[in-house]
Design a protein around this ligand. Structure first.
Ligand code: DLZ
Length: 157
């Protein structure tokens, strides 16, 4: 299975001078905050200045779309990363949140000029989330940071 923290550093452009927004859901914060930390660490490791990383919190994953839209409207950023973690429960709620959020983030990408990165974990179990938030499969935050740098630099690649 793909390890989320593995990447070829030689394919990553310098992130110096870029500004990145991160919108993080507080629901399942044990996982989302781990992704947030990994995202920030990797952005910094690639040359982004600490002051150029803007973080906004939203209550749950369903609010990520509005949070990203707000950030795109109010901040001058080169990419926005949406971070959330949805874990399947007993009702179809999981499916609606995943579908709505995914559709909304897709629409932001289609309508705007700034890339929005998909850091939404959609897990059947807490163990699956654990594995992807610093566990055996690495950290989704690392993957998101690299995707943001590459997408913000797409014209230069
Ligand atoms: C309500 C809810 C539930 C049941 N599960 C999750 C979840 O696993 N992950 C998540 O990010 N958010 C969840 N939420 C909250 C919704 O995303 C949203 O915040 C509320 O429905 C209010 O709009």
């Amino acid at each position: 299975m793909h390890h989320l923290s593995d990447y070829d550093a030689s394919t990553v452009p310098s992130a110096e001078g870029l500004s990145v927004g991160i919108v993080v859901a507080d629901w399942n914060d044990r996982y989302t905050y781990s992704m947030l930390e990994a995202t920030k660490r990797t952005l910094l490791a690639h040359g982004i200045h600490e002051n150029d990383i803007l973080v906004k919190h939203v209550p749950g994953s369903f609010e990520l779309v509005y949070g990203c839209k707000w950030m795109l409207t109010h901040n001058s950023v080169d990419a926005v990363i949406a971070i959330g973690c949805v874990i399947r429960g007993d009702t179809p709620h999981f499916d609606y949140i995943c579908q709505g959020t995914t559709q909304g983030l897709t629409e932001l990408n289609l309508q705007g000029d700034i890339p929005v990165i998909y850091g939404l974990l959609t897990c059947n179990t807490a163990e699956q989330a654990e594995a992807r938030c610093g566990g055996v499969l690495g950290n989704k935050g690392d993957e998101c940071a690299i995707a943001a740098i590459k997408m913000a630099s797409i014209g230069k690649l």
